[in-house]
Structures are given as C-alpha cells and as structure tokens.
Design a protein around this ligand. Structure first.
Ligand SMILES: *Cc1c(COP(=O)(O)O)cnc(C)c1O
Length: 372
C-alpha cells in the first residue's frame, strides 16, 4: 500500500513525544492538552494522540464530536475535550464515552443538559468566554446567564462544570496589547464564575504561541496544537527545540530529455531555455501542493533545491533538472525538518503567503501517512 503510494508523509512519532515532553517542561506546572483536531493537523489523529500521551500530554483536544468518538473507538483514553460548541446528534454518545463538551451560550448549555439526560449520565462541561476573539464563547454581557444556566443544570445532576476557558486573537504577535486585555477579561470571567459557585478542574486560554510567550496565560492547562507537530504561527516559526514532525516526499515517475523551446505543463507557463531533462513528480494540488508553489525553489533533490516548472496540476508537477543525472524513482523531498537542506513547512508557509498549519493540514487523503 505504502509502496504503491506516489507520495508519502512520513510522521516521526518520537518527535511528537519529544515535543510534548519539552513543552511540558516549558509550561510546568501547567498540564498539556495535545490538540489533534483535523486528523492531528494532517499527521493522523490516533497516532498523534498516542504519541502525545507517551510524551506526557494529560489531555487531548479535538474540534468535532466525530473526531472525539474516532479516538475513543480506537481505544484512546483520558480527558478529551471537543472545542467546538455546536449542536450534534452524537452529544449523548460523546457524554457516554466520557468526552468533555464546551458551551458558550445558554442554548448550548441546554442542549448538553438534554443530551446528558438521554445518555443517563452527567456531562462534563467547559464554559467558554469570548474575551475578544469574537468567535465562539459568551460575551461579558452574556457570561452571567451562561454560568447561571450551567449551575442550574449542575444542581439538577445533568452536568458538572469542569472547565472555564477562552482563546486569544493575537497570541502570535509578541507585544500585541490585545493579549493583556484578553487575559484581564479572562481573569474577570473566571472570578465571576467562581464567585457564582463554579469549581473548575481546569482553566485554560493558551494555545502554542501563548504557551511559549505568555507565562501568565498558562493557567492550569495549555492547549497545544502546532507545537506538538514542531510548528507554530509565531514569526519565524517554532523555537528550535521543537522538531518538525512531518516529511513529505515523492519519487520521480519518469524523466525525459526535451529540446530548447519546449512548453511545459498547462498553459505552457514555462518554456525550456535549452535542451534539458524534465522530471515528473506525481503530486499536485489535490495532494496539498498549492498551485502557487509554481516557480519557487521548494523541492529538494540531489542535494539542492528546484522549483516546479510551470503550472502545478491536480496530481502532478514537473521539474526542470537541466543536465542533472536524475532517474525515475529518485526521491524528491517537498518539506521536512530541514536537516539536510530541504524546505520546512514553515518555509512553505512563508513562501506561499500562509502559515505552516495550512500546509500540513492540506496534505491530501491519498498521500499515505507512514510511521517509520
Ligand atoms: C486549534 C486550537 C488550538 C491549538 O492552537 P495552536 O496554535 O495550534 O496551538 C487551541 N485552542 C483552540 C480553541 C483551537 O481551536
């Protein structure tokens, strides 16, 4: 199966465990939640979760209930939170499987309480405050009514409020004043909830960037996504003590000599300057190599970098190797940890006007993940 796959994403699970261990030390005494949403940022949710637990992650985080149930079905245990507060037919199943849910509105608290009744077991609920991101979560004005609804449902035996949480807008911009403002707003939300009678197990607001940069943001638990995969949205990427986990590579499907003046790939946006060797790499934008990668020296083969010549297609791209003695079957590394001169996902993000997260989560389903 893996042998037949034209492209492979090699996932270094020991690097995930090592990154988690290093992050744990960095944020101690706070605990680490390993965020394995979106198929573990493209690395494979179950494998990433297990590796993170080996590294000392006490919690796991996903976005959707289906993602949580996939982990439980695979036998992954331990505290597990669904970050997205959204109606789901599977809430009762989630509660039955010991999955924590989140609510940032009275309506969501009631949905969770009803699902708990159906499950015949109290839900574990994290109340989310909107402290300035203006995404999910209760505004300061709505917070008291959300807390009140949750305490009412708790008194009725439907749920237990185990967490208070929020999320930053600009934690990856060092010195951005919104970070301090959001910390202040979160402190007030926590104080108000505790005064009303909530006794949370965990209070959490920090993602990777905040966990790295803002010690006051660590509270009881930090929610680390990118960092466990050796990535971050900070300028310049993750610190060097975090190791990029994924290597994307493919093998040349064929090579051929062509004369000067040969138009290459759709639209002939590239024309050979002289007689040369073209190599066909069987990965394209359906595999997560963006069309905008054309012309940028991001492909590593034979000890140096090469650009895609002309348009990146859905399933393939072409490299102009000049007189380099390449052969079908030669390996091309698209990105990796950067040890040998290959690009990193961070470099891809910078070159293409996005972030490393979009690169790794964009690697398509037909790229085989392998865990060497
Ligand atoms: C994805 C996500 C995280 C993890 O963010 P990173 O920058 O990858 O560490 C944390 N919290 C929430 C709510 C998220 O959605």
């Amino acid at each position: 199966m893996i042998m037949d796959s034209p492209a492979q994403a090699l996932v270094d699970l020991d690097a995930i465990s090592g990154n988690v261990a290093a992050l744990r030390e960095h944020v101690a005494p706070s605990a680490v939640m390993a965020v394995v949403k979106a198929a573990g940022y493209g690395h494979g949710a179950v494998a990433a979760a297990r590796a993170a637990i080996r590294g000392g992650a006490r919690w796991l985080g996903v976005v959707h209930v289906a993602e949580a149930l996939e982990l439980r079905a695979a036998g992954v245990e331990g505290p597990l939170l669904c970050l997205m507060a959204i109606g789901s037919d599977a809430h009762a199943a989630a509660i039955g499987a010991g999955v924590d849910l989140s609510a940032g509105s009275v309506a969501m608290v009631r949905l969770v309480a009803a699902a708990a009744a159906a499950a015949g077991r109290p839900a574990r609920l994290h109340l989310k405050a909107d402290t300035g991101l203006s995404r999910g979560g209760a505004t300061a004005a709505d917070w008291p009514s959300v807390v009140d609804a949750a305490l009412t449902a708790q008194a009725a035996g439907r749920l237990s409020v185990v967490g208070l949480w929020s999320h930053f807008a600009s934690a990856d911009e060092p010195g951005n004043p919104s970070v301090t403002e959001q910390l202040g707003a979160f402190g007030e939300a926590v104080a108000a909830a505790e005064k009303a009678g909530v006794t949370p197990e965990v209070r959490h607001i920090a993602n990777t960037a905040a966990a790295l940069l803002v010690p006051q943001a660590r509270y009881d638990l930090v929610r680390i996504g990118g960092g466990i995969y050796g990535l971050s949205t900070l300028p310049g990427g993750a610190p060097p003590w975090l190791r990029p986990v994924m290597t994307l590579r493919a093998r040349l499907a064929m090579v051929k000599r062509v004369p000067a003046g040969t138009g290459v790939s759709y639209g002939h946006r590239y024309v050979t300057a002289r007689e040369t060797t073209l190599g066909l790499l069987p990965v394209g934008y359906a595999d997560g190599v963006p069309r905008s990668a054309a012309g940028r020296p991001l492909l590593f083969a034979r000890g140096r970098r090469w650009p895609a010549a002309g348009t990146v297609c859905m399933d393939q791209l072409v490299i102009d190797f000049g007189d380099e003695p390449v052969a079908a079957g030669d390996e091309v590394v698209l990105f990796g940890p950067g040890d040998d001169g290959e690009a990193t996902a961070q470099e891809w993000g910078e070159a293409l006007g996005t972030i490393s997260y979009e690169i790794v989560t964009g690697i398509g389903g037909r790229v085989a993940r392998s865990y060497p």
